[in-house]
Design a protein around this ligand. Structure first.
Ligand code: UDP
Length: 246
């Protein structure tokens, strides 16, 4: 299946029945790709941040990560399933191990990535430590950043996971992806915190009921201001459906 481009409040999202297969193919063929994992918060940010909007527009793949994005697309009668970015990234990490490709990790607080590697070694039989050609935490200064960029250019890893938070990671990838033009670059947000065990994903039932955001609010109540984007998104979507706005 080829990607089918749709729009959620003007922001592009790609519809496909197996994002993992589509990306693995590109990983194996060395087709440079930026992956954006779209949720309602990001849609609302993109509507007021032209730089983020431009990056999402240019990304080769934007997957429907958030429940709101999926519900919006279903309201257009599209049969679509959620594609959580964390699960898509795991699929790719497995593919790297299976096909003897290479991996680079950037992001998270100091010490987190070491825990991520430990977790993967214990829980992911396909993960191969020797595939990991570099990693760096996400709190780097200009000097460290220059070293990371040089290391990326030298290593040319096939898969690069960047967890610096939205929108910084999307802009950072877009700025530097030319250094590894044949790589798959994915912005993974707080996924390193989850893989490390420092944070938990919502229970399966809440995920199934599209309530992952509520669990996140319960764990991190200080995110309430950012999460106002959810009702704002719902309001904009309703206005659009009622024909009040384009
Ligand atoms: N982070 C980082 N460097 C920074 C700021 C944040 O590496 O300068 C990391 C932070 O440690 C966390 C992730 O970026 O692992 C952001 O997580 P969050 O859950 O806020 O992601 P988002 O909701 O933005 O996708």
């Amino acid at each position: 299946m080829t990607l089918q481009k749709q729009r959620v409040l003007g922001v592009p999202v790609d519809v496909h029945d197996c994002y993992g297969d589509w990306l693995t193919e590109r990983l194996l063929q060395g087709v440079g790709t930026q992956v954006v994992t779209l949720n309602t918060e990001m849609v609302m940010q993109a509507r007021s941040n032209p730089d983020l909007a431009r990056v999402i527009e240019a990304a080769e793949l934007a997957v429907p990560d958030g429940a709101g994005v999926v519900l919006y697309l279903r309201s257009l009668n599209l049969a679509i399933e959620r594609c959580p970015g964390i699960e898509l990234a795991e699929t790719l990490v497995r593919a790297v191990g299976i096909h003897h490709k290479t991996l680079y990790l950037i992001g998270g607080a100091p010490g987190i990535l070491e825990l991520v590697v430990e977790t993967w070694q214990k829980t992911m039989p396909q993960f191969d430590r020797s595939c990991l050609v570099g990693m760096h935490h996400g709190y780097f200064d200009a000097l460290e950043e220059a070293k990371i960029l040089q290391s990326l250019a030298d290593q040319q890893p096939h898969l690069i996971l960047v967890g610096l938070g939205v929108p910084r990671q999307e802009l950072w990838i877009e700025q530097h992806r030319h250094l590894c033009a044949n790589s798959i670059w994915i912005g993974v947000g707080g996924s390193f915190d989850v893989w490390s065990g420092v944070k938990q994903r919502a229970p399966k039932l809440m995920q199934n009921w599209n309530l992952e955001w509520l669990y996140r609010l319960y764990l991190e109540p200080w995110r309430w201001r950012r999460m106002l984007s959810i009702p704002q998104f719902a309001w904009c979507a309703l206005q659009q459906r009622l024909g009040w706005k384009g």
